[in-house]
Design a protein around this ligand. Structure first.
Ligand SMILES: Cc1ncc(COP(=O)(O)O)c(C=O)c1O
Length: 357
């Protein structure tokens, strides 16, 4: 039985029915206590249970947060460019203008954010999506200083934080500046996207508004699932599951590196310090779209880095990334032999393209 199935079954058997009516809007106090303690222990956070709100996954939380920021008078949101897909669309639907902020090897370029009209920014500091950069400690300090100066809001997507391979996990921004950071986390990567539970850790002045937004939209997430997640974390099974997955992903990551080194020795693989995806940097004269199509013909599904540009969905804005052509390779749910076969197929696709260009 999977850990999640165990937690659901055990919770369904033991949960007193009186707890079904636990706080609907903010989420059950028990899970809020467990999540804030987990965040303190593993992510160096400092939120109190009263500042936590349980949501139906990261995206649900993001929609709630961006709507609330727009109603508080924020007009522009900074987004990492390249960055997670569709966040520009979500921001637009919330009524926010979008500012594309470049990303380099140290993460978000805070100087460019500073020069923009944005008073809120959405970042993936633990493992930038999709480049894999870690937001450097200097940039973290700069970002917090920016938020303090403009009375701004940093929305932290704590994406991939649990799966760091090269060193100890880096702490969350929330722990550095709790009065300016809204931290969003979910079990999408640690357990499964379909479980649909997440949390937001919110500065005290925003708690009332965000609780109200939860009441006016979904009225919370299923309480059985909330108690099951609390039980899973409290039982120690969640930590054991993370350790197991970290080992599994580390093996897949090593397999990917070795396969690229063997089949594509001239190409560089970057962004591998954490998470379940890496960037394969392509020669400047290759067109990403042609490589993606050639890979697809060999049944290898990859995305080009330009797919992650801010505004890619708008007509005419699918420009190549200034970081150069690259492919985003996911290895989380691909076993070792498929990783090797995939890289070999990719190498053949590249040879074919070189031969025909
Ligand atoms: C950048 C990023 N953040 C967060 C998430 C988790 O989102 P959710 O909890 O809505 O599944 C994902 C999922 O793929 C993601 O790509």
């Amino acid at each position: 039985m999977s850990d999640w199935a165990w937690a659901l079954a055990d919770t369904a058997r033991t949960m007193p029915s009186a707890q079904l009516g636990d706080d609907l809007d903010a989420g059950s106090l028990r899970l809020r206590e467990v999540v804030t303690s987990y965040h303190r222990r593993l992510r160096a956070g400092c939120a109190a249970p009263d500042n936590a709100i349980i949501v139906g996954g990261f995206r649900h939380g993001l929609n709630i947060v961006l709507g609330a920021l727009a109603r508080r008078g924020i007009t522009h949101l900074g987004l990492e460019d390249p960055g997670p897909r569709e966040h520009d669309v979500i921001a637009g639907r919330a009524g926010l203008g979008v500012v594309a902020v470049p990303v380099d090897d140290h993460g978000l370029d805070v100087a460019r954010l500073r020069a923009s009209p944005a008073r809120a920014v959405l970042v993936t500091p633990a493992h930038q999506c999709p480049t894999g950069a870690l937001l450097s400690s200097q940039r973290r300090r700069d970002l917090v200083a920016w938020a303090q100066e403009v009375d701004g809001v940093i929305v932290e997507d704590d994406y991939d934080a649990e799966f760091r391979y090269d060193r100890q996990p880096v702490g969350s921004l929330q722990g550095l500046a709790p009065e300016h950071v809204i931290a969003l986390g979910s079990v999408s990567k640690t357990l499964a996207p379909a479980i649909k539970i997440g949390w937001m850790l919110v500065p005290p002045p925003l708690v009332t508004q965000l609780r109200q937004d939860m009441r006016l939209t979904s009225r919370g997430v299923p309480v059985l699932d909330q108690f099951a997640l609390a039980a899973l974390i409290e039982s120690g099974r969640f930590d054991r599951h993370l350790r197991r997955m970290r080992t599994l992903y580390a093996t897949r990551r090593a397999t990917l590196s070795a396969a690229v080194e063997a089949a594509l020795p001239k190409l560089r693989l970057t962004g591998l310090a954490a998470g379940c995806h890496a960037l394969l940097r392509l020669p400047d004269d290759l067109r990403e779209a042609a490589v993606v199509a050639a890979a697809q013909r060999r049944s290898v599904r990859v995305r080009g880095l330009s797919d992650y540009r801010v505004g890619v969905g708008s007509a005419g804005n699918a420009a190549a990334s200034p970081l150069g052509p690259a492919l985003v390779l996911g290895f989380g749910n691909v076993n070792e032999s498929r990783i090797r076969r995939g890289v070999d197929a990719l190498a053949k696709a590249l040879t074919e393209l070189n031969a025909t260009s």
